[in-house]
Ligand binder design. Structure first.
Ligand SMILES: Cc1cc2nc3c(=O)[nH]c(=O)nc-3n(C[C@H](O)[C@H](O)[C@H](O)COP(=O)(O)OP(=O)(O)OC[C@H]3O[C@@H](n4cnc5c(N)ncnc54)[C@H](O)[C@@H]3O)c2cc1C
Length: 311
């Protein structure tokens, strides 16, 4: 079994940026990805805040990351879901869900997040049949439909704007009192000017109903605690993100929400293991901060490998 200098778990913006820096440092590196090279950036229709690109689709941007990472012949890429990390001698053993084993002197965890569920009746039953968490993946199914969006953060606002190119009408269910959004001013302004978008303020989604597909929702008005059933062709839920950290929950220090705790050098509570991107406890989860984390993590992983003389 080949022993790598570095294994990077997850090939999103953080993992691919870490791989670019690893290539530059001539570290023999394996990147393991469980689902889709590029991670969540693939789900982003339009990126307007990554320096160097005035406007670019998430896919085009992350393909550039990938091409650059693949350019280094010390980098290898494979599919697999890492389910366990063990300390072995001077390094680590990684085990995947299909029982494949890999060895490395240092590890960078860049496993990102997944969309949080809100656990209301019908959410699981109608997932993929009118309940969605990703507009890029599912927008086509909602062409000329009347839909709802739950949430008012940056993600919900961006997605509302994108979905308005497909849907007939969009109603946003927002927990705050009238006029209060969670997202940034630019997105709020854009949304307010969009004639297809309306709002249900100070309200919560309580249930999702239908037959083959979603046809109605229960919405609770928090001002007077009354429930109203409204017709709807579907609902996009943007209720925040949960970290993909289950596989290290008994091994590394996590915060109360399951994000990996690191210092400024991306070091985790276990020497030789680093974390980068959305998976770690941090104030801003964006492509640019994920890329930055990846770079820092590799620089410190390289120092660790060299200083311990294990290279
Ligand atoms: C719809 C949407 C729109 C967004 N819009 C913007 C925007 O306009 N601008 C911006 O800057 N940011 C935006 N963001 C945020 C940005 O996409 C993220 O901050 C960034 O992609 C995080 O990168 P990451 O590499 O940390 O994680 P991710 O992109 O989540 O990548 C993690 C990777 O790890 C893999 N993985 C997980 N667990 C395992 C495992 N056990 N084994 C192997 N692989 C594993 C996953 O499959 C995934 O590919 C948006 C996010 C979303 C969802």
């Amino acid at each position: 079994m080949k022993n790598y200098d570095l294994i990077i778990i997850g090939a999103g913006a953080a993992g691919l940026s870490a791989a670019i820096y690893a290539g530059r440092s001539l570290l023999s590196t394996l990147v393991i990805e469980k689902f889709s090279f590029g991670g969540r950036v693939n789900d982003t229709p339009r990126v307007i805040n990554y320096p160097g690109f005035k406007e670019i689709s998430g896919r085009d941007l992350i393909n550039e990351f990938r091409r650059q990472a693949e350019n280094f012949n010390t980098n290898e890429f494979t599919y697999g879901t890492v389910s366990k990390i063990e300390k072995i001698g001077e390094g680590f053993k990684l085990i995947t869900s299909r029982r494949r084993e890999f060895f490395a002197k240092a590890i960078i965890i860049a496993t990102g997040t997944y969309a949080k569920m809100i656990n209301v009746p019908g959410e699981i039953e109608f997932a993929g049949r009118g309940v969605s968490y990703c507009s890029t993946c599912d927008a086509d199914y909602f062409k000329d439909k009347d839909i709802h969006i739950l949430g008012s953060g940056d993600l919900a606002l961006e997605e509302a704007d994108y979905l308005s190119n497909f849907a007939n009408s969009i109603n946003m269910i927002i927990i705050h009192e009238e006029g209060n959004f969670d997202g940034n001013e630019l997105e709020v302004k854009k949304i307010k000017e969009n004639p297809k978008i309306s709002y249900t303020w100070h309200s919560k989604l309580e249930g999702i109903y239908g037959d083959d597909r979603v046809n109605s929702l229960d919405i609770l008005d928090l001002s007077d605690n009354t429930n109203t059933r409204v017709t709807s062709d579907g609902v996009f839920i943007f209720a925040g993100m949960s970290p993909n950290s289950e596989f290290v929950k008994d091994y590394l220090d996590l915060d109360d929400f399951g994000f990996i705790v690191t210092d400024d050098c991306m070091r985790t509570s276990v020497e030789g293991i680093y974390a980068a991107g959305d998976i770690r406890q941090k104030p801003l989860r964006q492509i640019v901060t994920a890329a930055s984390d990846g770079a820092v993590a590799t620089v410190y992983a390289e120092r660790y490998i060299r200083n311990r003389g294990v290279r």
